[in-house]
Write a protein that binds this ligand. Structure first.
Ligand code: ZN
Length: 198
């Protein structure tokens, strides 16, 4: 039995498709939006649309940006010969928050997962290999410490080793299976400083 009108059910349904939103939260969000003043709802909808329209991958590092080249890649103050490989833009943000990393990044947008059918061609690996043609001294692998992250790190290190570029991996101070974005800055910094060559 449908307790709500179709419009409300549709809204609840849309929210329930978002990650981490269960049936209860979806209902809560839907009713919250319905009770919001119309101009605020419009602002929210416009912001979502504008983000979707204007945000794309940085031509260099593949992070999400509204410019052609993201501010990190565009900065002459950053060390462009050190590239840290992360799985997503949220991980990049976590390292940026420490304020102690001066190199640049490469965002893979995922990790290799044979179980989910995600192969090397499904992440931004080709773009990384192209970047390595330039003057790169060190590649820091900072993928997550779960199975997919480890598989990806191993795959990349095997691929890059023959080029002679130094490949290092962040220390295992990052809890196993822990998403990088949830780890505090001190732990991240320790993981970065304690990185070892592989
Ligand atoms: Zn960039």
């Amino acid at each position: 039995m449908n307790y709500y009108s179709d419009a409300i059910t549709d809204l609840i349904d849309e929210f329930s498709h978002l990650p981490g939103i269960g049936a209860k939260s979806a209902q809560k969000l839907a009713f919250h939006v319905i009770n919001m003043p119309e101009d605020q709802v419009k602002k929210l909808a416009d912001t979502i649309l504008s983000a979707k329209k204007n945000i794309h991958y940085c031509k260099e590092c593949c992070t999400l940006t509204d410019q052609e080249i993201c501010p990190i890649c565009a900065s002459s103050k950053r060390d462009h010969s050190t590239i840290m490989v992360v799985e997503n833009t949220r991980d990049l943000a976590a390292y940026e928050k420490t304020g102690k990393y001066n190199g640049v990044y490469h965002v893979l947008h995922g990790a290799i997962s044979p179980m989910l059918g995600i192969g090397p061609n499904d992440i931004r690996l080709k773009e990384l290999m192209e970047r390595l043609q330039k003057d790169v001294k060190e590649l820091i692998l900072a993928t997550n410490s779960n199975l997919e992250g480890e598989t990806t790190a191993m795959y990349i290190s095997k691929l890059v080793k023959p080029t002679g570029i130094k490949v290092s991996k962040i220390a295992s101070g990052v809890p196993v299976g822990g998403d990088l974005e949830y780890i505090d800055e001190v732990t991240l910094l320790r993981a970065l400083e304690g990185r070892t060559e592989i």
